[in-house]
Design a protein around this ligand. Structure first.
Ligand code: AMP
Length: 195
């Protein structure tokens, strides 16, 4: 597998999706957003999409085995073999992170980047953006789940020497430049295995 192999963490509302798009273009690595993939399934109106819609509208998480299956399939596509990947919104639980470690063997990840934005700031940003699945209750539920299920990933990846923190406050360009500098340092430093 060549290209960069990255995971982007960060509370919803941290600007993760926007930065992921820009990083994807910069590194030529496909942006794999599980939220976007689920929303596409909802739009198609498949059985799977209907179930996902119900879960997402509550702000709950889709079961680990289901989302791991979706990501497994996606990582086997040719564009990933050629360009690596930038995962956005996955993993969200330790079980997903363990599954991902197996999926990316033997290459491993270059880095897991957390975009740090304080809780009050993301809450305000999410309430302002007004997406269809962004009711106040769903927002609060998602933020609560992030603290419970996803923030343990920071310890998980710190223990594995993969965790990188980037300050998410500032303009989009400022945050992007910080992300690129942090990622380049990791990729050049040969973090993870060679590509
Ligand atoms: P996002 O766009 O990443 O905020 O995802 C929107 C919603 O999709 C989440 O609130 C979850 O309901 C669901 N979702 C996305 N990614 C995952 C994941 N890795 N595990 C479980 N549920 C997910």
């Amino acid at each position: 597998m060549s290209g960069v192999r990255l995971v982007l963490l960060g509370r919803q509302g941290a600007g993760k999706g926007t930065q992921a798009e820009r990083l994807s273009a910069h590194y030529g690595a496909p942006h794999i957003s599980t939220g976007d993939m689920l929303r596409a399934a909802v739009a198609e109106g498949t059985d799977f999409g209907r179930k996902a819609e119900e879960i997402m509208s509550r702000g709950d998480l889709v079961p680990d085995d289901v989302i791991v299956g979706v990501v497994d399939e996606r990582l086997q596509k040719d564009d990933v073999a050629a360009g690596g990947f930038l995962l956005d919104g996955f993993p969200r639980t330790v079980a997903q992170a363990e599954a991902l470690a197996e999926l990316v063997e033997p290459d491993g990840l270059h880095a897991v980047v957390n975009i740090d934005v304080p809780l009050d700031e993301v809450r305000a940003r999410m309430k302002a953006r007004g997406r269809a699945d962004d009711t106040d209750e769903a927002i609060d539920r998602r933020l609560e789940l992030y603290e419970q299920e996803t923030s343990p990933l920071i310890d998980f990846y710190t223990e594995r020497g993969l965790m990188v923190h980037v300050d998410g406050l500032g303009t989009m360009d400022e945050v992007f430049d910080r992300l690129v500098a942090a990622i380049d340092a990791r990729v050049a430093g040969g973090a993870g295995a060679q590509s």
